[in-house]
Design a binder for this molecule. Sequence first.
Ligand code: UDP
Ligand code: MG
Length: 312
Amino acid sequence: MPAVESSVPLLSLVVPCFNESAVLEQFYAAATRALAELAGIEMIFVDDGSTDGTLKILQTLAATDPRAHYVSFSRNFGKEMAMLAGLREARGDYTVILDADLQHSPTLIPAMLSAVRGGEYDCAAVVRTRAGDAPMRTFLSRVFYRAMNFLSDYEMVDGAGDFRLFSRRYKDALLAVGEHHRFSKGLFPWVGFQTKWLHCENAARAGGETKWSSRKLALYALDGLIGFSTRLLSLISWGGIITCLLSLAVLGYLIVAKLVGAMPTDGTTTLGCIIAFFSGVQLFATGILGQYIAKIHDEVKNRPHYLVKEKR
Ligand code: UDP
Ligand code: MG
């Protein structure tokens, strides 16, 4: 019997859940239905410090289905940490990360799995359209991806989220990255390997509400920019060099103006504006430096990525 068992590849589903009591049972039903053909699956739900009935539902699922497991955090550590915990627990030959709200349809998993099982690809990722998203969010996302792709060396595909299925060596590569400010959208291209792209329409949440406030999203975007590029620091240096050259040019102009007697009589307003402007530029540049220092500070403390309250 063990010989037969070990020849069936195991697929681990990693599902981060933060206050998802409205959709969890629906998710479980949809996933079991979509994966009924697969012999070896395990589901690893990560309760990211939910304050609704999420943990209760997960305890019931784990008690009734031996394929269902959960890890519950002591508080909300964020989706990145939930995904990390799920990957650490996953024992599968293949692993797929998907959201609990059914925006990542489990019906796509068989196609993703066959792409990776073929051996040519180590990862199958789903790119969604942005149809139905708020126009402002779409616009800000576009700006972010442009900035990100300009500033970093790793190509990030607009619309590609965390809905990915990958091989064990791809998972091990993701786990080998130990940084505390994790930004998976950047880690996926960073680890490399071949990725098969699948496309799907944008789907609405099956229930409940989005857990990403504008503030959380902005901080996450900043994690990406700081974590995946030091080019912002080079841009500051270049800004400094260009400003120096400009001031030399202005100085030259003033010397000539003085010599030919065409010196502007009162430059108080101009001077005030220049001082205010460059004070702003300097504070901005110091702020960017500060962001990098803050990240170093967080990494150096080397606290655990998350704390587990209970697991099963
Ligand atoms: N999530 C999480 N921790 C958080 C925020 C979100 O584990 O702090 C989970 C959430 O439960 C869901 C997934 O991450 O399964 C995606 O979140 P959501 O659907 O709210 O984001 P959106 O689809 O609106 O970007
Ligand atoms: Mg969602």
